[in-house]
Design a protein around this ligand. Sequence first.
Ligand SMILES: [Zn+2]
Length: 266
Amino acid sequence: MKFLLYTVIIVVGLMQGCMTNPVTGRKSLDLVPASEMQSMSYTEYGTFLSSHKLSSNEEQSAMVTRVGTRIQKAVEAYMTQNKKSKNLNGFKWEFHLVEDPTVNAWCMPGGKVVVYTGIMPLIKNETDLAVVLGHEIAHAIANHGAERMSEGMVQQLGGVALSVAMSNKPAQTRALFAQAYNAGTQVGIMLPYSRLHESEADHMGLIFMSIAGYNPDEAINFWEGMKAASGGKGPNDLLSTHPSDDKRIADIKSWLPEVKQKYYKP
Ligand SMILES: [Zn+2]
């Protein structure tokens, strides 16, 4: 059965689409065109914002916009330098701090970012926020949600074309999107990203924060703090329940010399 599933994934992947990570070069299954992902993202983002209250803390809200915009400029600079600016076609960046006690943040396709007030007590300064936003924005730049959604489509909808799925099974398609982005306001399911995706987002986030002028060494302290804060909490992109927090920190330490040398110009 597993063999059959993998065969289907490979065949469908070859027939319909693959994407290459703009930073790591890894190839992944991608059945959902970026324009479709963005259009679903913009709808879900609007729904999320209309059912949540924006933070009334002007100072913190301004910090989210300021740091988010610096990471955005860094991503744009990286993409221009590497001749991959078309990966950002259709992006409509937005940054909001919402009232919600959950320790969380995410970025949906097209640069739609939300930070929850629940994470702010763990943010000591702008650099900590740059670690979070670099990581979350990296998930979007790497199209991790599209990859999760593509795998979900193969498993749950038999890998049918998205246009067919959307017209025949709109509820399932929407649920898959929500699950893929942990933005499950309708279904209430929060899935942690896989270890591979986490690792990619950590590495890319380190590069983006460095280009934005934040010292990437600070990422170590931040993740140490998150590790200490994560005891017993539910699955969540930032407070992971992975037993691999030490691996994450060790990986970041191993990437730092190269990242700093290539991208950090204080
Ligand atoms: Zn993550």
